[in-house]
Design a protein around this ligand. Structure first.
Ligand SMILES: NC(=O)c1ccc[n+]([C@@H]2O[C@H](COP(=O)([O-])OP(=O)(O)OC[C@H]3O[C@@H](n4cnc5c(N)ncnc54)[C@H](OP(=O)(O)O)[C@@H]3O)[C@@H](O)[C@H]2O)c1
Length: 266
């Protein structure tokens, strides 16, 4: 399915992006790996062991350079078959303790960075008359969770954006997939921000007991191969949560408030 396909993964220096990069390489894809830390991208490429990998470090919030990075991919491979918008950051803080600058930072990375890169890649896929754009959203894009108001807002925004985009681009034979992981064991909480924008730096218990990242990557691969519109990657807890939210939203709001009472972010 992915043999010789040009697959561009952002946030490939760690966690989910890194694990999907390994799976894509096994499936024979031609990879473009992006994130800010070039040394980590080089480590990932070395561990994958395939020679022909394009390492393209950049910050997704640096809008001015996006045209150039897209051009570099097209110059190198001639096309882009799949863009996985996976770069992202989270936070751990109640709304009352979250600086507006932290809200803006989350939105710059998790929302505007993805939209801006997608916009630059779209004309290429339209010209090719084919393509696939995916985003790593989250169960937090479906359920509002205490101490994650910026993150949930950003991930809800991405679900809405990509649902709209899907309707617009089907006529161009471009598929759109929203990946909605639950808790996956990655450094996501360590890399999260406190309300004042400093690094949170701890692995949460939910993440510690989350799904193994290689298992998550395999589920994502299967979902992408099928062109899944929503690819849920979760254990029973988050899957049950999604059903409760859909069928009994009032019950989910109550559960989330109860959960918040047990948190120590107050
Ligand atoms: N783990 C979970 O439980 C979970 C659940 C649902 C959704 N997700 C989503 O999955 C995606 C990947 O997260 P993860 O769990 O794999 O966490 P992670 O290990 O912290 O990975 C985040 C990736 O995003 C990159 N990144 C962060 N800011 C960036 C920026 N400004 N420009 C470019 N790249 C940037 C990081 O690389 P550099 O630092 O090198 O830039 C890193 O490669 C995120 O969108 C996250 O919200 C995770």
């Amino acid at each position: 399915m992915f043999q010789d396909k040009v697959v561009w993964i952002t946030g490939a220096s760690s966690g989910i992006g890194e694990a999907v990069a390994h799976e894509m390489a096994r499936a024979g894809a031609k990879l473009v790996l992006s994130a800010r830390r070039e040394d980590e991208l080089l480590r990932v490429a070395r561990e994958i062991g395939t020679k022909d990998i394009l390492i393209l470090p950049f910050d997704v919030t640096d809008e001015d350079i996006l045209s150039d990075v897209v051009k570099q991919v097209v110059d190198y491979y001639g096309r882009i078959d799949l863009l996985l918008n996976n770069a992202g950051i989270s936070h751990r803080s109640y709304c009352i303790d979250t600086d507006m600058s932290t809200y803006r930072r989350l939105f710059e990375v998790d929302v505007f960075g993805q939209i801006a890169l997608t916009q630059k890649v779209l004309p290429i896929m339209i010209r090719q008359k084919s393509g696939h754009i995916a985003v790593t959203a989250s169960v937090a894009g479906k359920i509002g969770v205490a101490s994650r108001s910026a993150y949930c807002a950003a991930k809800h925004a991405m679900m809405g954006f990509f649902d709209s985009l899907r309707a617009e681009v089907r006529q161009h034979n471009i598929r759109v997939s929203c990946i909605t992981p639950g808790f996956i064991r990655t450094p996501v909480s360590e890399n999260a921000l406190n309300g004042d924008g400093s690094r949170y730096g701890k692995m949460d218990d939910d993440i510690k007991t989350g799904m193994d990242v290689s298992k998550a990557a395999k589920i994502i691969m299967r979902g992408l191969a099928k062109g899944g519109k929503e690819i849920v990657v979760s254990q029973w807890l988050e899957s049950t949560g999604l059903w409760i939210k859909r069928l009994f939203p009032g019950l989910m709001f109550w559960i989330m408030a109860k959960r918040a009472e047990q948190e120590d972010f107050k």
